[in-house]
Design a binder for this molecule. Structure first.
Ligand code: HH2
Length: 270
């Protein structure tokens, strides 16, 4: 899953793709680099980010979703990164197939009815509190157990609102109300989330825990991004949400060859 942030203030690439044409071009590049899905967002969720209105968010992402999901043909598989039903609805109308809600239907529970009605995929992510407060001394008893229980509760809510079980994807929410240690433990024990029986989405790309470990600024966190994603993949993550699709795809191809003997044998026969 390649990230397309149409925002002025995202932590890693804020302002780079605010212009719709540049965002569209960037999305096409990510597909060329091997992305299967584009996750398009118009509101930053970084700690302390300013909230934006539905009108503003839609003005940012609408043309980008329309161009990439349609794109003169069957289009690309687009995910809309939003918590707002109005934005999600317009994006689904424009061809998006997935709603990625970092609040797991807490910001606006009506998003559940929309997803149920449209039969789209829905990503439910764990976050402690909200983006303004989540990094203020986050604490857990057992972080994995608590994230798992939270996600189980949000799945139950979504299903109660009519969302089909098989449409739900889950995400531990790396960096959303977590210390470095919490993030590392979640990655190490990611396999435990598989017990919930839903595809796992994993998003560590360029995040600050990597910088805290390596000392690297946000534009030099590719090595740490790849290491964390490969381990997450080995532990059962199925959808990797990253900025740098080309290098990630290459790393994943090698990781798959190591982990899957059938793939290794097919390569040996070439
Ligand atoms: N992380 C971010 C945003 N959306 N969605 C899911 N499902 N999982 C994540 O880990 C996740 C997400 C934050 O990253 P980014 O989009 O690069 O930054 P910003 O929120 O500042 O735009």
């Amino acid at each position: 899953m390649g990230i397309v942030n149409v925002t002025p203030d995202s932590f890693s690439d804020g302002g780079e793709f605010l212009d719709a044409e540049r965002a569209i071009e960037h999305g096409r590049e990510l597909i060329e680099q091997g992305a299967d899905i584009l996750d398009i967002g118009g509101e930053s969720t970084r700690p302390g980010a300013e909230a934006v209105s539905a009108e503003e968010e839609l003005a940012r992402v609408g043309p980008v979703v329309g161009a990439l999901a349609g794109d003169g043909g069957p289009g690309m598989t687009v995910s809309i990164d939003t918590s707002k039903p109005a934005v999600a609805e317009a994006a689904l109308d424009a061809g998006a197939a997935i709603v990625n809600d970092v609040t797991a239907l807490r910001a606006d529970p009506e998003l559940a009815a929309l997803c149920s009605e449209r039969g789209c995929e829905l990503v439910l992510m764990h976050m402690l509190g909200d983006p303004r407060t989540m990094q203020e001394n986050p604490s857990y008893g057992d972080v994995v157990e608590e994230v798992k229980a939270f996600i189980a509760g949000r799945i139950e809510f979504a299903v109660g609102e009519g969302v089909a079980e098989e449409r739900i994807w889950i995400d531990p929410g790396i960096g959303f109300g977590k210390t470095v240690e919490h993030n590392l433990e979640l990655i190490r024990r990611l396999g435990e989330l598989r017990e919930l029986g839903h595809p796992i989405v994993f998003g560590s790309s360029r995040k600050s825990f990597i910088g805290k470990i390596t000392g690297a600024p946000v534009d030099r966190r590719l090595g740490g991004t790849i290491a964390s994603n490969v381990i997450a993949y080995a532990n059962g993550a199925e959808i990797l949400r990253v900025h740098d699709v080309g290098p990630m795809r290459e790393a994943l191809t090698v990781a798959e060859a190591i982990l899957d003997p059938a793939r290794a044998a097919a390569i040996a026969d070439r």
